[in-house]
Design a protein around this ligand. Sequence first.
Ligand SMILES: Nc1ncnc2c1ncn2[C@@H]1O[C@H](COP(=O)(O)OP(=O)(O)OP(=O)(O)O)[C@@H](O)[C@H]1O
Ligand SMILES: O=P(O)(O)OC[C@H]1O[C@H](OP(=O)(O)OP(=O)(O)O)[C@H](O)[C@@H]1O
Ligand SMILES: O=C(O)c1cccnc1
Ligand SMILES: [Mg+2]
Length: 500
Amino acid sequence: MVTPLLTDLYQFTMAYAYWKAGKHLDRAVLEPSSSPLNSSLLTVYLRYCAVKLIMKIVCFDLYFRKSPFSGEFTIFGGLEECIRFIANFKITEDDIKFLRSVMPTCEDGFFEYLSSIDCSDVEVYAIPEGYVVFPKVPLMRIEGPVAVVQLLETPFLSLVNYASLVTTNAARHRFIAGKSKNLLEFGLRRAQGPDGGISASRYSYMGGFDATSNVAAGRLFGIPIRGTHSHAFSLDEIIDKELTSSDGSNKCEDFVFLVQSWLSRIKDSSSLCGTFGETSHSELAAFTSYALAFPNSFLALVDTYDVMRSGVPNFCAVALALNDMGYKAVGIRLDSGDLAYQSVETRKFFRAIEKEFGIVGFGKMSITASNDLNEETIDALNKQGHEVDAFGIGTYLVTCYAQAALGCVFKLVEINKQPRIKLSEDVTKVSIPCKKKCYRLYGKEGYPLVDIMTGEDEPSPKVGERLLCRHPFNESKRAYVVPQQVEELLKCYWPGNSGD
Ligand SMILES: Nc1ncnc2c1ncn2[C@@H]1O[C@H](COP(=O)(O)OP(=O)(O)OP(=O)(O)O)[C@@H](O)[C@H]1O
Ligand SMILES: O=P(O)(O)OC[C@H]1O[C@H](OP(=O)(O)OP(=O)(O)O)[C@H](O)[C@@H]1O
Ligand SMILES: O=C(O)c1cccnc1
Ligand SMILES: [Mg+2]
């Protein structure tokens, strides 16, 4: 899908206007002149001007103005796709045919020009993907002939904006959940279409999720794929009741009977002190058939009937039967109600089973929670105390519910080495001119202290040398820094011809 036509029409109309201006100069040379000598000199000069106009070297910065989710940081995503885009940049004959129909008044020569261009004259410097980045500091610096660079604006923004937003959202969920929790991305059904779903899975993984339920994303990007099952999983009748033990040494002819006998032992146990009058037979049959299909990775959704009166005891009966056959069940998923309370009660029950039947490790069985989770609900669960090991997160993560877009922009900062600025009555919209170099300065403990932008020709910050860092818009914000390490942030990802 990501082709040069995945752009706004105005990128092509601007490219045409540049081309036309050059063409105009070019055409002037064809007009009759009194002196043939003058005419040929003029020809050379005007051709030079025409080429120079189309080839005018411009420098653009791609940056955002404010970190999303009322936060203080952003994680940069989408760079690899941008580089892939320019590496393959080619306007095909089919594309040209379509563009001719969209821009019927444009001259043939323009379309010939379009079909001839690629990104070999373009140079891209960028901060590495996955880095923490801050407002106003260019994530990417793109330099090259104006008509070509102009065509990169919308595709680059489209590739970076959502990628960075959802990566940041994922990182924030990871931050609030803590390092030890498993984070599963479950958003495909809620994402902004199939393409949004694929990007969400890819960049949630980059932002710190452990796995996705999205099989296509797993295949495309090598992301671990995980899943449980849904409330709809129902299978009352079990015909093949046989289960071979995990080491293959023995066979249980009637696994269903083994499960039922464990359920009776659970119900009869005085130390478990449960209320098990209402365990659902149909739920037990569903769990049992699922365990027969996946004895090595049995994980059950336990809130279809009643978590503590039915789901959890049914799950334990199947898990204990699997244990007899040498298999270790994985755990349960909770998908409604008070997740903190239910996870705590479930953990108590698992521990009581471990004690009652002497099954080492049963108390540590995994508890997954899902159901409209987001940063706030996870924070609330943390404050209440919970026993959840893994969170399955969909809607709020992939739709970036708390903020619809990052608002990255692509702004001209230099033309033929001359600085350019965008002025605005809104001071936050004023751009910072000039081709820049950007550095991250680190302190004694190895932590980054500040990111600083300098002009291209200014001296770079030096380790151990005191440097005054000034906020670009707020004069009163300034700090002296003595860096212990200096990292140049903008690294070359596409050298163009200069890298040959
Ligand atoms: N202990 C808790 N503290 C804070 N929020 C919680 C807690 N437990 C669950 N939640 C959140 O509360 C919301 C519960 O929503 P709702 O009441 O609509 O779900 P439900 O009725 O339990 O389930 P459903 O309607 O999906 O069957 C969800 O967003 C969930 O993540
Ligand atoms: O809640 P999310 O963060 O979007 O995570 C994914 C959800 O998708 C599934 O159910 P679905 O939402 O389709 O049905 P439900 O609303 O009845 O739970 C699943 O059981 C999760 O609840
Ligand atoms: O595997 C799951 O449990 C799952 C997958 C997608 C959405 N909700 C749940
Ligand atoms: Mg839901």
